[in-house]
Design a protein around this ligand. Sequence first.
Ligand SMILES: [Zn+2]
Length: 242
Amino acid sequence: MMNNYTDRVTVKIFFMLIVSLIGVPAFFYYDNPIWLAVLFTFYGLVTNALSQIAYHRWICHTQFEPNFIARYLMIYSVVISGLGNPVQYVYSHLVHHKNSDKPGDPHNPKEIGWTGMLLGRYKTPDDYVSIRAVLQKKDVYFVSNHYWKFYILFTCVHAVINPWLVVWQAFNFTHAWFGMAWLNTVSHSSGAPTQTKGFTNLWMMGEGNHHIHHKNARLLDMSGDNQTDWAGKYVIPGLLAK
Ligand SMILES: [Zn+2]
């Protein structure tokens, strides 16, 4: 039995990667149609985007108040993302904000390196921060306390709809994890929260505007002068916020 949280995260990342590396080629080997792979990937991209917006912008920093449908779509996406329980995410992320690029930072790329970021070898957060933002969201708090039970439940639902969807669940976790590790590495690679330009910033829905985010975490539109926070500028106000 593995008791160390960091080790369990690494095992999860490897497990998802192996399921993807075997499962995705097997999907094509068994002559499944490409349109189905595109559909499953699209489903993953949408739920990954919603989970990223949910974990980071909504649950952690309360950058906006979601409408009813968005709220439950986001909670569903958080569960199916497999990224873990929101209370832990919020605690770790707020400790990161408090100590970013300093010794208490759970994921300082200068300290743990790109491999460490990729394998989830984060340092155990250990500092005082208020996690009121997540405790006040009662439904999120409830889901957080039963996170892996909900994850198994929805995995079973996927398996009933189409067993290959379970493979895609692992694949969608894998590319989401890679994107997040990449963002957290490049946006702190200079030893301070940095503006990350180009494709990475667009792919991460504007969160590459990291220097602005670290100055004012509750700011929904992180664009500043460059207008690239397309999620904070358009998607969230237009579709998700009240
Ligand atoms: Zn943040």
